[in-house]
Design a protein around this ligand. Structure first.
Ligand SMILES: Nc1nc2c(ncn2[C@@H]2O[C@H](COP(=O)(O)OP(=O)(O)OP(=O)(O)O)[C@@H](O)[C@H]2O)c(=O)[nH]1
Ligand SMILES: [Mg+2]
Length: 268
């Protein structure tokens, strides 16, 4: 009973700290939106739906500011078939420097005759916000000048021609139940994922739905009617991730698959 009370107390302590952090994050997002003229929401082109945050979009619309959706990392997917005609959206690859001209054009159109505009860059961690800013302003611009008095961790950088970018450190809070989403976006490393099997299975499922052959070619396996779990076992046997007794070390296989996905080696 005593221990139960202690753990209950810890639980409430944790929850109150957790909700303070969440409130703090939403506070940063609100301040960025208030401060800027336009918001770039950076999403992952491999998962256009799940890497967007509707609450942030709603906040931008309500504020009357302009919103541009940027789907980054198109080099990792078959993005041409996924373009959904969303208004004010741009598909880019910072790595291959694709789509950046179009984005710059949209921003300059918004700027119009004004001498400068402020652009807030928001998005889940690891979607490529800092890379995007670097690509737009030129690699030599360092993202190391925090604005005095502004929220710690938010940085700004100018392109020298009137575009001022606010970089934010991936502050959109995840729901506790969003572990899979967090893992797919790469906001948490494979070693820290609680249910790594669930995430690896989700990755396999996405390939079965969209590009089975890419998974087959990458791991040199041949898939017929197997379930995601069976496919992970096939991969384990192929890459020789076996434990004592010749059984597949499924945990190690899942870590490997998630790592291959997060690092962009395994792509659509
Ligand atoms: N393949 C590929 N990788 C990219 C692209 N853009 C960024 N990355 C990679 O994605 C990872 C995250 O990039 P960052 O620019 O640090 O992402 P971020 O959104 O600023 O991350 P946080 O600041 O942690 O929220 C890095 O490993 C980048 O090299 C891209 O267009 N293609
Ligand atoms: Mg960053």
């Amino acid at each position: 009973m005593f221990y139960e009370l202690i753990s209950l107390r810890n639980y409430f302590k944790f929850m109150s700290k957790f909700s303070r952090v969440i409130k703090h994050y939403w506070g940063i997002i609100k301040r960025v939106i208030d401060e800027v003229d336009v918001v770039l929401e950076v999403c992952d082109a491999r998962m256009p739906k799940i890497s967007r945050n509707r609450k942030v979009e709603e906040m931008v619309w309500k504020s009357g500011k302009k919103l541009v959706l940027v789907f980054n990392k198109t080099d990792l997917c078959d993005y041409k078939s996924r373009k959904n005609g969303e208004k004010n959206s741009v598909w880019v690859s910072c790595k291959n420097r694709m789509g950046l001209g179009r984005l710059r054009k949209i921003l300059n159109e918004i700027k119009g005759d004004k001498s400068q505009i402020k652009i807030g860059v928001l998005g889940y961690p690891n979607t490529g916000k800092s890379s995007l800013i670097n690509s737009l302003v030129g690699r030599k611009k360092a993202l190391t000048s925090p604005v005095a008095g502004f929220t710690k961790g938010v940085q700004w950088v100018s392109d020298g021609r009137g575009l001022f970018f606010y970089d934010t450190p991936g502050v959109i809070p995840f729901d506790e139940k969003d572990e899979v989403k967090k893992a797919l976006i790469g906001a948490v490393s494979p070693q820290d994922i609680k249910d790594i099997e669930k995430v690896a299975e989700k990755i396999v499922e996405m390939f079965l739905k969209r590009r089975k052959c890419k998974l087959e070619n990458f791991y040199k396996i041949s898939i017929n009617q197997e379930t995601p779990q069976e496919i992970l076992e096939m991969i384990g046997r192929k890459i020789n991730y076996l434990s004592k007794g010749g059984l597949v070390d499924i945990n190690r296989v899942c870590v490997r698959v998630v790592d291959d996905w997060q690092r962009g080696r395994l792509k659509f």
